[in-house]
Design a protein around this ligand. Structure first.
Ligand code: F6R
Length: 615
């Protein structure tokens, strides 16, 4: 997730600083670990890039106005290589002919890089992007001299993965090329300049007239004309202009009212990307580079999962997943408990610390404490280069992209997905699962993002349920097995953004005390995925109904509930193992709509902060 933009002035040159820096600020929410700009002026290309926020780049630029005819900019969310000055975009080829910015991941970059090294090309960064710059540069110089369009087209045909690119050439001071392949890119048609952006926000203060690129399409901005070309055939295509009627603030949230709603909606896409990266096909092994070396010669006898809040709920799901798939005993502790409670642990253990931010003080403390006792550590983390990734022995990145809303949503489902991937990876390595079953589970995991998208299409039903429960002050969320931590997460979401008191309970625990609160009208949400425990959840529900409690059910077996006077939200069929992924979405939406109805500040709930860096 990076923000990119580019601009071509139709005639002459002008200071591009405010266009580029202003545009980058508007897409900063997409990534903010480093940024850079490049302009093509009378003295050639001037390139400036810096690790850190855009303000660091601004300080570095000083009073420089960035005069040029063509310019591009990038704000990065690192994927390949840590966020430092060298890995920041823009990148150039060896001869500094091509300058480009990139959003996405080039999956076959290592292979392409080896081919380019064999041709005598040197690399300075750890990025996949520098490979693209050199590939285009090589083709432009050797195979398509003077034809930037064909050089870019033929380079793109060699790239695998998801990417959008904005490219300029030193000897072509009036041309900018944009390509799109599974990463957003659109053209802005201004009066005196044309634009390319990963988001309309990148150039919204200049123009609202846009053309959206589709996958496999290229836009060629040349003086005041814009042409669209099919990358595969090279043929020109006609595309329509559209007028955007967003204001800047809305657009920064991608057109959603809040970052939380936007992030809820991003889940199918981020999971799809994550799976494309780590599990491209059910026929292939799960691809978690480096994990082999981590586990080599390690006789792992215990996995200790630690985290806080939502991440702790992911740990709880992770226990069922890793014990079920990899057959390795697991224990789960709150990180703040684990750091002071020295439960027996030694060098036969692996600590898995889960954190979106990678900066949670309690989680850092738990990892340090368990490392001191001999345990090796893995971070499951969303933020590249964060403290947790620096102290852990190994990191698995969740690639959820920046999560801005305080209430965690997409980071949670990405954490679960990484635990599933790790479970499948360990099962394959340890031979703890029948190969046919393993393959089936991989295929079912790959199918999850589409099922999530289907749930989002039914969000109005959840809105209606939130209206039914708009007056309540308390609510139970009940689940068993894998659904128990999901029930706790559903309760936490409702609590933190709508301020309704909610408790997540294990269904079997109800009758040991909590049932005392059930009275006519007391609401409970029953998590009842199709599983061997379904009938036990039906029994819990009956106990509540017998006391005239109100019940809402999440299930993928709605027929089982048709005879009851309950509200049912039905989600798509899936193996029980993956039901936490699908049940999380309606629970997030329920909390969201409940908070909206109560007029709460969704993205910045009271008393909370996104990153809890104190104990
Ligand atoms: C809840 C939430 C918090 C965090 C917790 C850990 O929506 O966001 O409970 O999950 O503070 O934060 P990270 O994952 O950054 O360690």
């Amino acid at each position: 997730m990076c923000g990119i933009l580019g601009t071509v002035i139709h005639e002459g040159s002008e200071p591009l600083r405010s266009t580029l820096i202003g545009g980058l600020r508007a897409v900063e929410y997409r990534g903010y670990d480093s940024s850079g700009v490049a302009v093509l002026g009378s003295d050639g290309v001037m390139l400036s890039k810096r690790a850190g926020k855009i303000s660091v780049l601004e300080d570095y630029l000083g009073e420089e106005p960035l005069v040029g005819s063509v310019g591009l900019g990038h704000t990065r969310w690192a994927t390949h290589g840590e966020p430092n000055d060298v890995n920041s975009h823009p990148h150039q080829d060896n001869h500094e002919t091509i300058t480009l910015v990139h959003n996405g991941i080039i999956e076959n970059y290592s292979e392409l890089k080896l081919g380019l090294i064999a041709k005598g090309i040197h690399f300075h960064s750890e990025t996949d992007t520098e490979v693209v710059a050199n590939l285009i540069g090589y083709l432009y110089e050797n195979e398509y001299p003077g034809n930037l369009i064909d050089a870019v087209r033929h380079a793109c045909r060699q790239l695998k993965g998801s990417f959008s690119l904005v490219i300029m050439a030193r000897d072509n001071p009036r041309m900018l090329i944009g390509v799109r392949q599974q990463m957003p890119l659109l053209v802005g048609h201004g009066k005196h300049a044309s634009y390319l952006g990963s988001d309309v926000t990148a150039f919204l203060s200049m123009t609202r007239d846009v053309t959206y690129l589709e996958d496999g399409e290229m836009a060629v901005l040349d003086h005041d004309t814009v042409r669209f070309i099919d990358i595969a055939t090279g043929k020109q295509i006609e595309k329509k202009r559209e007028r955007v009627d967003w204001d800047i603030e809305q657009a920064q949230k991608g057109g959603f009212d809040t970052f939380m709603l936007k992030e809820i909606h991003e889940q199918p896409q981020v999971l799809r990307q994550m799976l494309e990266r780590y599990l491209p096909s059910p026929a292939e092994p799960v691809y978690l580079p480096g994990l082999d070396e981590f586990f080599e010669d390690h006789d792992t006898r215990l996995i200790s999962l630690v985290g806080c809040g939502t991440a702790w709920h992911a740990c709880k799901v992770g226990r069922y997943v890793l014990e079920g798939l990899a057959k390795i005993p697991c224990r789960v502790e709150y990180a703040h408990e684990a750091q002071y409670h020295f439960a027996p642990i030694d060098d036969s253990a692996v600590t898995i610390a889960i954190s979106q931010s990678g900066e949670t003080a309690d989680t850092l403390g738990a990892v340090k404490a368990q490392k001191a006792l001999g345990s090796r550590s893995i971070a499951i983390c969303n933020v590249v280069g964060s403290s947790l990734t620096r102290i852990a022995d190994f990191t698995l990145y969740t690639t959820a992209g920046p999560e801005i809303s305080v209430a965690s949503t997409k980071a949670f489902t990405c954490q679960l997905t990484m635990l599933y991937l790790m479970g499948l990876w360990l099962a394959e390595r340890n031979g703890s699962l029948d190969p046919d079953e393993l393959r089936r589970l991989k295929a079912e995991l790959i199918a999850i993002p589409d099922k999530m998208a289907a749930i989002l299409h039914s969000k109005k039903q959840i809105d209606r349920l939130a209206r039914v429960y708009r007056q309540v002050n308390h609510m139970y969320f009940l689940g068993r097995g894998l659904s128990y931590p999901v029930a706790m997460e559903g309760a936490l979401k409702l609590k933190e953004i709508s301020y309704v008191h909610a408790e997540g309970y294990a269904g079997g625990e109800m009758k040991h005390g909590a049932i005392a609160l059930i009275e006519p009208g007391f609401p409970s949400c029953i998590l009842a995925p199709q599983s061997p425990l379904l009938e036990k959840m039906v029994a819990n529900m009956e106990e509540i109904l017998a006391r005239k409690g109100e019940v809402m059910v999440l299930t993928n077996n709605p027929d089982r509930f048709s005879q009851y006077d309950v509200h049912v939200f039905s989600f798509p069929d899936c193996p029980q193992l993956y039901s936490p992924l699908l049940m999380s979405l309606p629970l997030q939406l329920f909390a969201y709509y409940s908070a909206m109805l109560r007029g709460c500040d969704i993205d910045q709930p009271r008393n909370l902060a996104k990153s809890v860096v104190v104990e």
